[in-house]
Design a protein around this ligand. Structure first.
Ligand code: PLP
Length: 392
């Protein structure tokens, strides 16, 4: 038997393929709304000043690059824990490990969930495309429910809750902590409380994917819904990405946390994360986490980071408001885009519309209609809204 011929055909990630198409177009007025990275008002994804300062500090003080271990740097984990979860009772019930980005945090989470072969994970649709690959790869059974409808721009909290009602005790439910990818759809405080109630009553395990904290309503505010649920849950998992909040994308920085009832259980959770880390990437890369620790552990750098993150957030929300305002002229229901959060919204366009926008107007987005609002400069909003609006 041949090795390679027997492998399944794998298509490249459509967003990366789109990036290539964008790069090869020579049009000067082209607009990339595809790839999910923050861009500033000049279209760049800069290194944050707080990160530069931390790197400078590391260059001066780092005296070894010896191995650190599959759990990563405990001071990074501890500083991140306090920043993300605050000082409440939830923090005392958590333990975590450093991971190579949010993706590896999700993968470690998937591995420990899949230890029980009878467990199902419930995923709302649409969701980040990689979720299906991550949970499918470890053999978890996946069930889906409709979370959002791009035509009406409505969040189907009712369908989410009834899906959770039909779940078995011990099943996992995947929740986006804030800034939902790909829809931007926000969950109200009442809905978070209703989710918390069903989680506690049915003994479900919430798994939070927290990849955009600080790019929605505020760093603290973006964790509020998650904390409502974590306060009610018996056990839970949180996967954190520092890629967007610290603009560290290629440094591969993140963390996976378990929430549990006793120090013994938490130690077991961490030991199992470490086991799966060791069996795949052995240990996480140090640099990004060292940067985050040097930012969060220094009041001056931390303040700089908070301010920089606030200005990124306000740029995205300025574009969001302007785009919602213009698009709602063509389709009134798109005024809902203004109430969404984070970098993404999901527009009700067809793949034919997407091809038309690309070929006629040089506007790039995936066939799903997910747009990264940070891809727009404020002066491009009118033009882009008109091109999109005429198709709605
Ligand atoms: N989760 C969601 C919803 C995302 O959109 C992303 C990145 O795009 C991630 C997790 C993983 O981020 P990373 O592995 O780059 O830290």
């Amino acid at each position: 038997q041949y090795l390679l011929a027997g492998l399944p055909d794998r298509k490249p990630d459509p967003l990366l393929a789109l990036l290539k198409k964008f790069a090869s177009n020579e049009r000067l007025d082209k607009i990339d709304l595809g790839v999910g990275v923050y861009r500033d008002g000049t279209g760049r994804t800069p290194v944050m000043a707080a990160v530069k300062s931390a790197e400078h500090h590391l260059w001066e003080t780092q005296d070894t690059k010896s191995y650190i271990g599959p759990e990563g740097d405990p001071s990074f984990v501890s500083l991140l824990t306090h920043e993300v979860f605050g000082e409440g009772t939830v923090t005392e019930k958590l333990a975590g490990v450093q991971t190579p980005g949010g993706t590896a945090a999700l993968r470690l989470s998937a591995e420990i969930l899949a230890h029980d072969k009878d467990r199902t994970i419930w995923i709302g649709t649409p969701t980040w495309a990689n979720h299906n690959a991550i949970f499918g790869t470890v053999g978890l059974s996946i069930k889906t429910y409709r979370f959002f409808d791009p035509r009406s721009q409505a969040v189907h909290v009712d369908e989410m809750l009834s899906a959770f009602e039909s779940a078995q005790s011990g099943d996992a439910i995947l929740l986006h902590a804030s800034c939902h990818n790909p829809t931007g759809a926000a969950i109200s405080k009442e809905a978070w409380s209703a989710i918390a109630e069903v989680v506690a009553r049915k003994g479900l395990i919430p798994l939070f994917d927290n990849a955009y904290q600080g790019l929605g309503r505020g760093f603290v505010q973006d964790a509020e819904g998650m904390l409502i649920v974590l306060n009610a849950a018996d056990e839970a998992i949180v996967a954190i990405s520092c890629s967007k909040s610290f603009s560290l994308y290629r440094e591969r920085t993140g963390a996976a946390f378990v929430l549990g009832n006793s120090a013994t259980d938490l130690n077991k959770g961490v030991a199992n994360f470490a086991y799966h880390a060791r069996a795949s990437y052995s240990m996480p890369p140090a640099h990004g986490a060292a940067i985050v620790a040097a930012v969060l552990g220094d009041p001056g750098r931390r303040k700089l980071w908070i301010d920089e993150l606030a200005s990124m957030r306000s740029r995205v929300s300025e574009i969001r408001t302007a785009l919602a305002d213009r698009l709602s002229i063509y389709a009134p229901r798109l005024s809902a885009v203004a109430g969404q959060e984070g970098m993404f919204s999901l527009l009700p366009v067809t793949p034919e519309n997407v091809t038309h926008l690309r070929e006629v107007h040089g506007i790039y987005m995936p066939d799903s209609g997910r747009v990264n609002l940070a891809g727009l400069r404020i002066e491009q909003v009118d033009l882009a809204s008109q091109a999109i609006g005429e198709l709605l």
